[in-house]
Write a new protein. Sequence first.
Length: 309
Amino acid sequence: MNNHIILSTGLLLMATVVSGAAASADMASIRAEEYASIRRAFCPPPPDQPAQNAAGTPADIYIEPTQIFDNLYFVGDRSTSSWALTTPDGIILLDAGFHGNVEGTIVTGMKKLGLDPATIKYVIVSHGHNDHFGGAKYLQDTFGPKIVLSEADWTHMVTWPQRGNPAPYPTRDVVVHDGDEISLGGTTVRMVVTPGHTPGTLSPIFPVKDGEQTHFVGYWGGDGAGYLPAAEMETYMKSADRFASLDPRIDVELSNHAVADGLLLKLPLLQDRKPGDPHPFVSGNASFREWVGVLKTCAGEFLVQKQAQ
Ligand SMILES: [Zn+2]
């Protein structure tokens, strides 16, 4: 090895260390802001501030459809998130958005990313609220995927009084239970039923690829508990505890609202990511557990308020 190579290697190493340190500093501040965002959206507001509507619709809701992992794409907006999990045998779509934005956001977004919506084989609907099942009937009628909900939420969907613009119901299709798996093209999605937000909220666990690395997503299916009766808040908290410790391989936290998973904080880092930088959506299992704990904390604070009434 000559001196030139030694010098170059040293500089390269130094550059990598500096870049890594900057990235981890960014990650720490992003994590703090992500938790603050969860608290603003899902915890009781401080006494001097009005409540916010977590799933509200800001004036500009557009988010550029984006590839997040080799096999996972974001196709949602600021009001509600959907994710396309790609396999060699077709696509598993996580959540179907609002009825009013399925064509303009999900279908258009997929096409922009080069994904063919006609290859969607499954639509996993996390729960029976119309910001997540809203586009399911359109997708079912147009592309013919199987629509997946838990037993409890197939019923909850059609009995819960919808908010905002009501969405048409998909025809009852695939019923899954806790521990069931959906496999397509070598990718297996584990169904976890995490009741609380609704009686049968689904929180899937699935692998994503980043080059040679495989990571596991813990997808929390029901954000928010402030509107629930006390007993269901307790159920929500128990589900959070169970989900946090269910699979130690989980190192990526995602959800179906951008305010819950730090999406908008992490996207700029992903865009600026250099070779060797950590993936900004991979936080590790300890952080995943901490994140679920923050979601649980909001439910706990609402419960204390409710019990004090
Ligand atoms: Zn909901």
